[in-house]
Design a protein around this ligand. Structure first.
Ligand code: ING
Length: 311
């Protein structure tokens, strides 16, 4: 019996700074209802899907920053989305800014959750690769202060048994690092869900701007193929508070082929039927880790300091 998950990549267009949670949750719910109408089991929303991408601004007052965070999940304003999931029998991945009281202190993470078809949280992930900087850098057209506003994730890259398979999560910049996929690949992940907010322009390296779509696809197609897993990448896209963000949301098969994609820069649903067993063809042959990986040999290479000088 094939294990098929019908996935909806639910791309979002811009979210304005003053767009309230209820209006955003209404947009998310509309996409969830659309997905249910097409028989989706699972919907993937972007990173920080409840607010505008606020790390683009320097804010001196912590109280102003904290307005973009959720103190509880679900809370009064997000509960309607969980209730819709339960009513429709469709699960979802949601990225949001998490403010948690843990270990006797206030902690702030760039977080994603996996919610099952009963509307219950089945897994949580906190972003590990935080790009950008932590002090105001006025030379930039816009800031990227994730290192200021968030702590590095402290949950590792867990893989959850859900939706009849092994589901992992990552967030935005994580998708650019091969370790992200391999750490989950070593846990036999079968589908990696990734939300992102990616400006076209990267101030420290403007020469990459024209390659933003190519790099976006390259990293997710490679991660999928090299670990025999599905990868779903979903954007918050379009001109958001003056910053052009890429769309290019895609659904990638374990072969590395793109089987679904969004083509606009707005709220848009791309759908694909994902057979989780397609990954086996790669995990049992070219990427059979048990037979072909050589972790002991890698350790030798890693311990070597720099290139070997000519003898
Ligand atoms: N955004 C970007 C990302 O990794 C970035 C940061 C943009 C890195 C452009 C490199 C080039 O997609 C987030 N939120 O991580």
């Amino acid at each position: 019996m094939p294990r098929i998950i019908t996935v909806g990549a639910a791309q979002l267009g811009p979210i304005a700074r003053d767009e309230g949670r209820p209006a955003v949750v209404a947009r998310l719910t509309r996409l969830l209802e659309q997905a249910a109408g097409h028989g989706c089991d699972l919907v993937v929303f972007p990173e920080l899907a409840l607010t505008t991408f606020f790390p683009r601004w320097y804010m001196a007052e912590q109280a102003e920053v904290d307005r973009f965070f959720e103190r509880e999940m679900p809370g009064p304003e997000t509960r309607p989305l969980f209730e819709a999931a339960r009513r429709l029998g469709v699960g979802f991945y949601l990225g949001y800014a998490e403010l948690a009281e843990e270990d006797g202190r206030t902690r702030r993470f760039n977080t994603s959750i996996l919610v099952d078809k009963q509307g219950a949280i089945a897994g949580k992930y906190r972003k590990i690769h935080l790009p950008g900087h932590d002090e105001h850098e006025p030379w930039r057209r816009f800031q990227h202060l994730e290192k200021r506003y968030f702590e590095t994730g402290n949950l590792g890259f867990p893989v959850f048994r859900a939706f009849g398979g092994h589901i992992g999560m990552a967030i935005c910049n994580d998708r650019r690092w091969p370790e992200t996929y391999r750490v989950m690949g070593l846990q036999d992940v079968e589908m990696v869900l990734i939300g992102y907010n990616t400006p076209v322009h990267n101030p420290p390296a403007p020469e990459h701007d024209d390659l933003s779509h190519f790099h976006n696809q390259l990293v997710m197609q490679s991660g999928a193929y090299q670990n025999g897993t599905w990868v779903v990448g979903v954007a918050k896209a379009g001109l958001e508070e003056g910053v052009e963000q890429i769309g290019n949301s895609i659904i990638v098969a374990p072969s590395g082929e793109i089987v679904g994609r969004c083509t606009t820069l707005g709220d848009e649903l791309a759908i694909a039927r994902c057979d989780l067993d397609l990954g086996l063809s790669y995990k049992r042959s070219v990427f059979n880790f048990a037979r072909h990986r050589e972790p002991d040999a890698y350790r030798l290479i890693v311990e070597r300091k720099g290139a070997i000088p000519p003898s």
